[in-house]
Write a protein that binds this ligand. Structure first.
Ligand SMILES: [Fe+2]
Length: 131
């Protein structure tokens, strides 16, 4: 059982980008599986790190694709990536220091909401420029 199923409407039609997005969905589903098995608390930091690293790798790639075509909304797009990265790092340091407790369920929903909103609202805008 997966938490979030990949749907045709999430596809940008740009293979490399869609593969990355699928991978990010995969990480979220792995996270969900651990949650169902009751192992999320101990494994969440590792998966969270995987999510952060993969997202950073993917954002960099996406940004270089967009810079290559002089995408007019590049700055705003980069801004969204940086804001999300900062949010992730903020959550991470809070998790480490124990200042706030973010439950694995909350974490999963924060990550999923952002990813879906970003893909559907922001990534889709660049599709005509990369085709
Ligand atoms: Fe993006």
């Amino acid at each position: 059982m997966s938490f979030i199923d990949w749907k045709v409407e999430y596809e940008t039609g740009i293979e490399e980008i869609d593969n990355d997005h699928r991978k990010l969905f995969g990480i979220l589903n792995d996270f969900y599986k651990l949650l169902l098995e009751g192992k999320a608390q101990s494994a969440s930091m590792e998966l969270f790190d995987e999510m952060v690293n993969y997202a950073q790798y993917h954002f960099k790639k996406e940004e270089s694709f967009l810079a290559n075509v002089n995408y007019p909304l590049l700055e705003e797009h980069i801004e969204q990536h940086r804001t999300f990265e900062a949010k992730l790092l903020d959550i991470k340091s809070n998790l480490i220091s124990g200042v706030i407790e973010v439950s694995p369920t909350e974490l999963l929903s924060i990550l999923t909401d952002w990813l879906l909103t970003h893909i559907m609202g922001t990534d889709m805008l660049y599709v005509p420029y990369l085709k």
